[in-house]
Design a protein around this ligand. Structure first.
Ligand code: PLP
Length: 257
């Protein structure tokens, strides 16, 4: 019999384009040799140009989905994406608190890269108070990092504040910065640990952040140490973008196949 792959449980929203959200997580996790266990937080109607509408599920139903899996399978990593509202964020935090030994990767999604909201209300407080203290890794883009640490005046200072809230590692992605190349920065142990520089690709991509966070969760589920896991996930993600394809009228889709 085949050895079972590590299970990665992801909380996130549906996306009928297959580009972002849970489909992105499922594709990235499976292509990295793990078994995805997707827990739906919200259903979205969207195409590659924007979000049309979304509906969050009752928090009890999110809890019931996650508990069913956690009581049945050996989950090796947890990852959060779109949460929809703070009641769902709080439900996810309470589940994560019940399983302190499972690494938690938090992608602090509040809106899409195109600026459409993916939450009914601001989630910054729930993220800062409930989820960051429990996170092994937080993966904000630079805009999300500034929003989560509004008093900090540099990205380094944002990272310090996010580390002080409890996340063991913070990976701030630099795609949104106006730099000729893209610089992603990994922080941990109260300092900048590494900077990863990639060629800036000409397109915009639907689901790049989801792909990166899911890839980090998958590599961590395989048991790699965080610094190596994050390096591997960044290279994997860049290659999915480099080979991305366009199916609709909007953003390109990362190639995780
Ligand atoms: N839809 C869902 C369900 C998402 O979770 C996300 C991002 O996390 C998006 C859309 C937006 O993806 P992007 O910002 O890459 O367009």
């Amino acid at each position: 019999m085949r050895t079972a792959p590590p299970v990665v449980l992801v909380f996130g929203g549906s996306d009928p384009t297959g580009g972002a959200g849970l489909p992105a997580d499922i594709l990235a996790i499976a292509s990295m040799g793990c078994h995805p266990a997707p827990v739906v937080t919200a259903i979205t109607a969207q195409d590659t140009t924007g979000i049309k509408e979304f509906m969050s599920l009752p928090p009890e139903l999110v809890i019931a989905q996650a508990r069913a899996i956690l009581e049945d399978m050996p989950v090796a990593a947890l990852k959060t994406g779109m949460m929809g509202n703070s009641a769902i964020a709080s439900a996810i935090a309470s589940i994560a608190d019940d399983y302190p030994d499972i690494p938690l990767i938090v992608d602090p999604v509040a809106s899409s890269g195109r600026g459409d909201p993916l939450s009914e209300e601001p989630l910054d407080e729930a993220l800062r108070v409930l989820l960051l203290p429990r996170a092994l890794l937080l993966t904000p883009n630079s805009e999300e990092a500034r929003r989560l640490a509004p008093d900090a005046d540099t990205l380094d200072a944002c990272a310090q504040e996010l580390l002080s809230l409890g996340s063991e590692y913070v990976l701030i992605t630099g795609t949104h910065e106006r730099t000729p190349q893209v610089h992603h920065r990994l922080y941990g142990n109260k300092r900048l640990l590494d900077t990863f520089t990639f060629e800036r690709l000409p397109q915009t991509y639907h689901g790049s952040g989801c792909t990166l966070a899911a890839a980090c969760a998958a590599v961590l589920a395989h048991g790699l140490d965080p610094a190596n896991a994050i390096t591997q996930a960044l290279h994997y993600t860049w290659s999915t973008l480099k080979h991305g394809y366009r199916l609709g009228m909007g953003q390109h889709i990362p190639d995780r196949l």
